[in-house]
Design a protein around this ligand. Structure first.
Ligand SMILES: [Zn+2]
Length: 436
């Protein structure tokens, strides 16, 4: 028992999944034993079924992986492997593949990442969505899904399946294309929960405050996923809808789900029965001790279609070493502090879109923005195209300018008009770098 006598519901789910002995709390050493056993199984399975892994893991023998120091001898995989020859990582026959997700990458090669899932893999995700969402909403709730869901096996479709398993009604919509229409839906259908990407839910919140400041909603909980959610943005959403806001960390490569915040909101409690996480130094590639910031690396423990072994995510974070007051025994990852690929040098500092979000989303009249880096005669310029609920006023731009100045970031601002900044296929935003 923890001091608070509380137990986090996902601990129970993971305990059942790993076949832990009956008892009060999730046994962490039993979980680690389970994970190392699954890593051995995954290496054995991947070498037996994939040409790519047979080559990559030539020097690695599954039965020699006995403790965590042995793990550090296993080579990494990364996005480039999925770009170059995704089929070679697949471990099943093509007819067992239930879904292939194509991810647009920012590279100029025109190649896309493709991730392959079997029906069994998809079921693992639906099961995680079921138990994860059950910590946020309950039976009888009406959850608006602002994620793509038209195709069977898509994120929205799997959420719908997960929600239906505890008699919660999912209402699929897709990425927001018409903010006013979605606001009307929230009012008229008495929506009590939302799953959406941070900037789109933020914009709904700001527009609700602007157009319908006194109109009440039935909202109880909102889950943000797929991109960074700045504290300023979360605060705006909480204030507009008077509800709890949770953050989820995941990526398609992980099988969509990776970790979820509890109501203490200190970081993501990880999906440890299906994934093993490490933090490495991106330069030396050494595994870092808990508490140090580095690149997140994960290994899939239960995937059949396309297992990923020591996959480098490019995301930066650290494990929190203090226990969470919700009582979980699961590892907790701090909110993602950035992505390696989005750290752009600018005026002798490193600039990320997260840094801009942290500051700019504090301004109540800002709905969304786009940031572009350009170069003119050896000088770098940051231009921010900002969107407001109306055409915008000069003082809006002055205000945003001074907010960034206070954060020692120098930018020029323009009005974006009313265009909808479209989310890309995986919902992630970045600063557009047009410098040569
Ligand atoms: Zn917690």
């Amino acid at each position: 028992m923890t001091d608070q006598g509380k137990r986090y519901p996902l601990d129970r789910w993971i305990k059942a999944k790993i076949g832990d002995f009956p008892g009060e709390d999730l046994n962490v050493s039993r979980l680690r034993e389970y994970q190392i056993g699954k890593i051995r199984d995954t290496i054995f399975y991947a070498k037996a079924n994939s040409g790519f892994y047979r080559e990559l893991l030539q020097q690695v023998h599954a039965d020699e992986i006995r403790d965590w120091s042995d793990l550090s001898r296993i080579p990494f995989t990364g996005g480039e492997d999925i770009l170059d020859h995704p089929q070679r990582l697949v471990c099943v026959n093509q007819n067992q593949i239930h879904r292939i997700v194509t991810l647009n990458t920012s590279g100029t090669t025109g190649q896309n990442k493709r991730i392959f899932f079997t029906e069994e893999d998809q079921e693992l995700t639906a099961d995680y969505f079921h138990h994860g969402m059950e910590t946020i909403v309950g039976p009888g709730d009406r959850v608006l899904i602002l994620m793509p869901g038209a195709r069977p096996g898509s994120v929205g479709d799997l959420l719908l399946t997960g929600l239906s398993r505890f008699h919660c009604r999912g209402i699929p919509y897709g990425f927001v294309d018409d903010y006013d229409r979605v606001l009307q839906l929230i009012f008229e259908q008495k929506i009590t929960g939302i799953v959406g990407i941070p900037t789109q839910v933020y914009q709904l919140a700001r527009l609700k405050e602007y157009r319908y400041p006194d109109r009440k909603t039935a909202m109880k909980s909102i889950l943000l996923s797929a991109d960074y959610s700045a504290p300023s943005l979360v605060k705006a959403i909480k204030n507009a809808f008077h509800c709890a806001v949770f953050d989820h960390y995941g990526m398609t490569e992980m099988g969509l789900g990776g970790g979820l915040e509890c109501d203490v909101c200190r970081g993501y409690h990880l999906r440890e029965a299906d994934l093993y996480f490490e933090i490495i130094d991106p330069e030396t590639k050494e595994v870092l001790p808990d508490g140090c910031v580095g690149e997140i690396v994960f290994t899939t423990l239960t995937r059949k279609g396309m297992p990923l072994i020591r996959y480098r995510t490019g995301d930066l974070s650290r494990f929190l070493d203090q226990p969470c007051t919700c009582g979980t025994r699961l590892k907790t990852l701090q909110k993602i502090s950035g992505r390696l690929s989005q750290r752009q040098p600018f005026h002798h500092q490193v600039l990320t879109i997260n840094m801009l979000d942290d500051v700019l989303f504090n301004y109540p009249r800002l709905l969304d923005y786009e940031a572009v880096l350009t170069e003119e005669g050896q000088k770098d310029f940051l231009t921010i195209s900002a969107q407001f609920p109306d055409q915008g006023r000069e003082e809006d731009l002055d205000y945003l300018h001074s907010m960034l100045m206070d954060a020692k970031i120098f930018a020029q601002f323009t009005f974006a008009g009313q265009k909808v900044f479209s989310a890309n296929a995986n919902g992630k935003r970045k600063i557009r770098d047009l410098r040569g």
